[in-house]
Structure formats: structure tokens, C-alpha cells
Design a protein around this ligand. Structure first.
Ligand code: HEM
Length: 443
């Protein structure tokens, strides 16, 4: 049998490879995709890595979890998330912990989160109205962090606490070269991890003093037991809470910033959402049922996540030699499945470079043509745990915002996207923000 060859591509410099370009160039994968095709090799974070994209390749990777591939993360991410984190574990431990943590995202739990999300959203909208002119991205980061800290660990205004402050520098080191010096992003982030764990430990210990642990994520994790009846250790609890605070915050901030940008660039989209809100007579407080009826809003949010997926791709390690699209993937190499490129596949999406929510309406349903063609939340055994929570928060934010407010972009700002920690406009999305005058009616 003919020996399979490695995919085309360039491994770059020894050890460092092409890491610097990967971290700084949001078109890193697109450029190489154009040059080499949908499967190419490179070296990032010190490891030879094969990038793959397209529904078939993504299906191959995500449906062979633990058989051909095991989840892995760059060393900086692994170290900063911590050894017990759900994200860095595999096999039975991963399955067992996923089951426990999923309880915080079941429909009953989600419905109980709505009043808190609505309250914090309204507070921020009122604050932005008084600010009038501001940079939206940092504000959105505070907003999503306040929701996560309130719902997951019961801390109000989390972004204004030491927890919020430490998170900033911790996040900045997540995808960095793992050089543990005091002046590197990774070194600073390591110190912040210690501080964050101290803060989380204090929160956990305070909660343990209470008679009732509560129904939030922390309460659920404190009462949960694994298959052998063991409770989660303090060390594990700290890592899992850190993961939830991180995952529930950076990704959503990116998605909301993109929504704010596209709805101002495509005013017709806002008008259609407003019409839907009026037609369904959505009031000041919504139910899960009402949110489900907002089909047009759902199409817009789906398109936001297709067009600028907050997570660009996922890392796996090949646990055996295997073959993909005629190329060898050697055991021990890293594979990155590319979400962003998969969402731009011209064989699935009509004019994928256009922002067009109607591609997801029932008649067109472009994403349904192939499984794994639409994967903003990944898929398979490691599909995003917070997917429904994220969809809920996005829908509440978007509907309340569009219903009562309008905003314009401040001229002369850089709207090109930077990729770290998650995609957002380089100048932080500067806007003028106003409440809609009550006489403005949509025809
Ligand atoms: C728009 C928002 C979000 C997007 C686009 C997103 C995307 C993703 C993706 C692509 C993965 C899979 C990574 C892989 O295959 O390696 C993932 C995993 C995960 N997400 Fe999300 N996510 C979002 C929001 C959230 C929220 C709000 C939470 C929790 C509060 C969350 C918690 C997690 C966790 C815990 C995992 C790891 C699951 C596992 O390894 O089993 N995510 N997310």
C-alpha cells in the first residue's frame, strides 16, 4: 500500500514555529488555507499541528473523540485552567464531571436564571444611556462577567471586585508562549491564577458555612457526588468554577459585540427584530417559550456565530496514526479543527462572506445541508456545556437592547477584528448610545 504523506504547509522555526503569526494574525488560517488547501501543517505552541476545516473533516475529528483523538490545549491554557478542569480532562473522568456540571445548564436551571439576566441587562442598559458615548467591548466584558459571577457563584458586580480585576491578566496569558517569567504574559497570568484560586476558595468556604448551598452552579457542585459517592475536592471545585467563569464570559462578550456591530451596520436587521418583538407582544419579562418564538432573532444570532465564531477552533491530539483526506496524521501531532473556515465553506453557504441571517430561515436552512457544517459550539462528546445558557443570555440581551435603544458608530475607528482573547473590533467598538423615543414606531 502506498505510504501516506504529511499535509502541505510550513513548520516554521524550531519550537516556536509559526506561533507569533498564529497569535497576531486573525487571517492566519485563511491565508494558509488559500495557499495549501483545507488540510495543512504548521507548528504552534511548540507542537507540530495540522489544521483541518470543512464539515467532513470536522465530523471526522469530533466523532472520533477518544478513538483517534483526545482533547488537548496549548500548555499555557492547560496550566492556567488547572489540572482538574473539565476542559483539560479526558475519558471517564471527563464524562463523570460533565454529567455533574451539566445540571447547572438544564432547562429548569436556565429558566431560573432569567430574572437575574434581565435585571443585570436592564441595569447596564440604563448605565449606558447615561454614559452616551463609550467603548462597548470593555463594557460588555463587565456585563457578561457580572452575570456569570452572579449566577455561578452568587457574587454581585463581580467585574468590580478583585476577582474581575485578576481575570483580565489571567485571560491575557491563556494563549501565550508558556515562559514563566515575571514580565511575560504567561508569568503574570500564573500569578493571577493563584490570586483567583484564593478568591474562589474564600467564596466556597463562605458558602460551606451556610445551611443551604443554593441552586446556582456552585451550590450544585457543592452537593454533587460522583458515581462512587465522593464529593468534589476543594482543589477540583476551584478549577471547575474558574472554568465556568471564564467560559461563560469571554465567548459571550465576543458574540454580543458582533451582534451590536452587525445590527448597526445592517439597520434592516434591527427593524425586523423590532417588528418581531411587537408582533409577539414581548413584554418586560420573558419566558423560555416566548424566546423560542422569536425565530427571526434566532436567525440573526445564528448568523452572528457563523460569521464571527467566538471560538475559532478546537485542539485535539492524535492518539494513533490516522488518515484524513488522503494525508497522514501522525500519532502525537496536534489537530486543530477550524470553526471559522468551516463556516465560510462555499459548498455549504451561499456567499459566505455576506452577513445574511435569512440563510437560516426554514426555506433556505443552509446549515442543514451537511452535519458539522455549523459548529460554533463544537460537537460530539465535548460540545459546549454552556450552549443553551449562551443562547439564552444572547437572546435576552439582544431583544431588550433592540426594543428600546439605538446606537451609532463613532467615525474614524478601526473596526477590523483582533482575535485575542476572542474576536472583537480592534478599537473596542466606540458608540453613541440613546434610548429610542417612545413615538418611534416600526411599520
Ligand atoms: C457564544 C458563546 C459560546 C461559544 C461560541 C462557545 C464555544 C465552545 C466550543 C467551540 C467548545 C468546544 C471546544 C472543543 O471542541 O475543544 C466549548 C466548550 C465548552 N464550553 Fe462553551 N461556548 C460559549 C459559551 C459558553 C458558556 C456560557 C459556558 C458556561 C458557562 C461554556 C462552557 C463550556 C465548557 C465547560 C466547555 C468544555 C466542554 C467539555 O470539554 O466537555 N461555554 N464552547
Amino acid at each position: 500500500m502506498k505510504e501516506k504523506s504529511l499535509p502541505p504547509g510550513n513548520l516554521g522555526l524550531p519550537i516556536i514555529g509559526e506561533t507569533i503569526s498564529f497569535l497576531n494574525d486573525s487571517d492566519f488560517a485563511s491565508k494558509r488555507h488559500q495557499k495549501y488547501g483545507s488540510v495543512f501543517k504548521t507548528r504552534i505552541f511548540g507542537r507540530p499541528t495540522i489544521f483541518v476545516s470543512g464539515a467532513d473533516a470536522v465530523r471526522f475529528v469530533l466523532t472520533h473523540e477518544n478513538k483517534y483523538f483526545a482533547s488537548t490545549w496549548p500548555k499555557s491554557t492547560r496550566t492556567l485552567l488547572g489540572p482538574a478542569s473539565l476542559s483539560v480532562n479526558t475519558g471517564e473522568f471527563h464524562t463523570s464531571r460533565r454529567k455533574i456540571m451539566f445540571q447547572a445548564f438544564q432547562p429548569r436551571a436556565l429558566a431560573s436564571y432569567i430574572p437575574t439576566i434581565e435585571r443585570i441587562t436592564d441595569d447596564y442598559l440604563a448605565k449606558w444611556e447615561t454614559m452616551e458615548t463609550f467603548q462597548w467591548y470593555p463594557e460588555l466584558r463587565n456585563y457578561t462577567f457580572d452575570i456569570a459571577s452572579s449566577l455561578f457563584v452568587g457574587i454581585e458586580n463581580g467585574s468590580q471586585t478583585r476577582l474581575g480585576e485578576l481575570f483580565e491578566d489571567w485571560c491575557a496569558g491563556l494563549f501565550s508562549l508558556p515562559l514563566p517569567f515575571p514580565w511575560t504574559a504567561f508569568g503574570k497570568a500564573l500569578r493571577c491564577r493563584d490570586g483567583l484560586l484564593e478568591e474562589i476558595e474564600t467564596i466556597i468556604k463562605q458558602r460551606q458555612q451556610q445551611d443551604n448551598f443554593g441552586n446556582d452552579a456552585l451550590g450544585i457542585l457543592l452537593t454533587a457526588t460522583d458515581e462512587k459517592g465522593n464529593k468534589l475536592s476543594l482543589e477540583e471545585l476551584k478549577d471547575q468554577i474558574l472554568l465556568l467563569l471564564f467560559a461563560g464570559h469571554e465567548t459571550l462578550t465576543s458574540a454580543l459585540a458582533s451582534f451590536c456591530l452587525f445590527t448597526v451596520q445592517y439597520p434592516q436587521v434591527s427593524t425586523e427584530i423590532k417588528k418581531e418583538i411587537e408582533r409577539l407582544q414581548i413584554g418586560t419579562s420573558v419566558t423560555l417559550e416566548e424566546l423560542k418564538q422569536m425565530e427571526y432573532l434566532e436567525q440573526v444570532l445564528k448568523e452572528v456565530l457563523r460569521f464571527v465564531p467566538p471560538v475559532g477552533g478546537g485542539f485535539r491530539e492524535a492518539v494513533v496514526d490516522c488518515e484524513l483526506e488522503g494525508y497522514l496524521i501522525p500519532k502525537g501531532w496536534i489537530v486543530q479543527y477550524q470553526i471559522r473556515r468551516t463556516h465560510r465553506d462555499t459548498t455549504v453557504y451561499n456567499e459566505p462572506q455576506q452577513f445574511d441571517p435569512s440563510r437560516f430561515n426554514n426555506n433556505r436552512a443552509e446549515d442543514k445541508q451537511k452535519t458539522f457544517a455549523y459548529v460554533p459550539f463544537g460537537g460530539g462528546l465535548r460540545e459546549c456545556l454552556g450552549k443553551e445558557f449562551a443562547r439564552l443570555e444572547m437572546r435576552i440581551f439582544a431583544s431588550r437592547l433592540v426594543k428600546d435603544y439605538q446606537w451609532n458608530l463613532i467615525p474614524n475607528q478601526d473596526l477590523s477584528m483582533t482575535a485575542t482573547p476572542t474576536p472583537h473590533p480592534r478599537d473596542g467598538l466606540k458608540v453613541n448610545f440613546h434610548r429610542l423615543k417612545s413615538e418611534v414606531k416600526v411599520n
